[in-house]
Design a protein around this ligand. Structure first.
Ligand SMILES: [Zn+2]
Ligand SMILES: [Zn+2]
Length: 176
């Protein structure tokens, strides 16, 4: 544990807004996770409750790669006095099915890809399972050929006051 000897005024705090839900969080000394936030490689900061779970991908090996791995490991595990070259040739002469079987019986955990916890696979924005409100608005306006002015004029044409529009929006929440 880090023991802070300075005064509280020494710690720097900054405010972050979740890119997904817009909630603001205070972050101390740049420690996002302490405040329940995560940041993806693209710089999206979001509440860790929005983070996607992902199963680390297993690398797929070709038969040639498997064979080399099996042979190398078999030669590493030779008993005292056994000849590595002879052993290599002996294993190399085995039929493919036997190599495949040897490969399956071994544990190759250290070859599994180690994946970072905070990469874009965790990010609901990057995976497009959630959207950022500003980006969604931008997308919709472009998609409908609307300028800012067009949008405001449409609003004014539909509602006589801001309060009318606000009430209408409140009464009709976004569908999920
Ligand atoms: Zn959030
Ligand atoms: Zn992202």
């Amino acid at each position: 544990m880090k023991i802070r000897t300075g005064f509280v005024s020494n710690s720097s705090s900054s405010s972050y807004v979740c890119y997904v839900c817009g909630e603001a969080e205070t972050v101390y000394d740049g420690n996002l996770s302490e405040s329940g936030l995560m940041e993806c490689e693209e710089g999206h900061v979001f509440c860790d409750s929005h983070a996607l779970e992902y199963v680390p991908e297993k690398k797929v090996f070709t038969f040639e790669e498997k064979k080399r791995m099996v042979l190398e490991r078999a030669c590493e595990n030779l008993g005292f006095g056994e000849n590595q070259v002879e052993a290599w040739e002996r294993f190399n002469a085995k039929p493919d099915e036997e190599i495949e079987k040897m490969w399956e019986e071994e544990d190759w955990e250290e070859y599994d890809e180690e994946l970072e916890g905070e990469d874009i696979r965790c990010c609901p924005i990057c995976q497009m399972t959630e959207y950022n409100t500003d980006e969604a608005l931008h997308f919709l306006m472009l998609d409908n050929g609307l300028s800012k002015k067009d949008l405001l004029e449409n609003m004014k044409a539909s509602f006589s006051t801001y309060q009318d529009m606000a009430n209408h929006l409140k009464a009709n929440p976004l569908r999920t």
